[in-house]
Design a binder for this molecule. Structure first.
Ligand code: F3S
Length: 293
């Protein structure tokens, strides 16, 4: 029996970079905070907690914090706050700096690029259209770098309803994880309206690559295992895709959830993992299946 990992699985470049940053910063011995959980994976967050990393849950919590009181024993123990891969609005970055925390920005460079685009384009007077989920922290972050009118749209209906003013120039960007076909369709709706301005496709292909390689592997596999957090929407999407190709698909969070019974006829077990699943966990599952079946 063969156990094969999908070509692209687990952490994307930006998330890996942010998580590595946290582990690096722990070594400094300072009190480490992350603004929001560094990644949507309970196991990783728990492990970091054990190592003393604290999560700042909201803007209000941040405002109520006083770096002088974080730990009064040593100057070197003043807090360091790490910005996660999703990025934050400029206002949050300003608060972090004003409060005197040391700030390490682990915003994914692809997200940072969008911040720079919307900042520049809104400074030149354009109305920014962000295609994405308005409640997602990445979108909130992008919104927070606009210096003028900004609209977030997620559905065709919202795009249809949007009123294009002839005197206004638009700059359309997208949340990095937005579905490409949906994005194209929304842009077409704007084209029909005859808008003025530019479209910048800011979708990151990490999600698509992960989905494409999961689908290809599931199509060949007799059993497919999808690893990822319970609340991770991209893992759920992988599960859906794999179930469509392979009837025996399992969704697990950790190795403890895996109760496999493999008939002798099984020749190929495929494994994939959501964007917030650490390599360590993927390897554990891979080794377990290899050794036990
Ligand atoms: Fe990941 Fe950055 Fe793309 S966080 S999904 S590599 S935009």
């Amino acid at each position: 029996m063969e156990v094969r990992l999908a070509e692209c699985a687990g952490f994307c470049f930006g998330v890996k970079r942010a998580v590595d940053t946290v582990y690096e910063q722990i070594k400094t011995g300072k009190t480490i905070y992350t603004y929001g959980p560094i990644v949507h994976n309970e196991e990783v967050v728990k492990d970091l907690e054990k190592q003393g990393v604290r999560v700042i849950g909201s803007r209000e919590e941040l405002l109520s914090m006083n770096p002088e009181k974080v730990s009064d024993d040593q100057e070197a123990k003043k807090g360091t706050i790490i910005i996660r891969a999703h990025g934050v609005p400029r206002e949050i970055q300003n608060i972090l700096e004003q409060k005197g925390f040391e700030c390490v920005d682990a915003t994914c460079p692809f997200v940072k690029r969008i911040h720079r685009i919307v900042e520049k384009e809104s400074n030149s007077g354009k109305h920014i259209i962000i295609i994405g989920n308005p409640g997602h922290p990445e979108v909130e972050g992008i919104r927070g770098w606009c210096n003028g009118p900004v609209t977030v749209l997620e559905t065709y209906k919202e795009a249809e309803k949007f009123e294009v003013k002839p005197e206004e120039e638009l700059c359309i960007v997208s949340q990095t994880t937005f579905n490409y076909n949906k994005f194209q369709h929304i842009v077409e709706i704007f084209e029909k309206k005859g808008y003025n301005g530019t479209v910048v496709n800011t979708i990151c292909n990490a999600t698509e690559e992960r989905q494409r390689s999961a689908k290809a592997l599931a199509a060949q596999a007799d059993v497919m295992i999808v690893i990822g957090g319970r609340h991770s929407s991209n893992t759920r999407k992988l599960y859906e895709i794999c179930s469509g190709e392979c009837a025996q698909t399992y969704y697990i969070q950790t190795l403890d959830d895996l109760h496999l019974e493999l008939p002798k006829a099984v020749r190929l077990v495929g494994i994939t993992a959501g964007a917030s699943t650490p390599n360590k966990l993927i390897e554990e599952v891979q080794n377990y299946v290899r050794v036990n079946f």
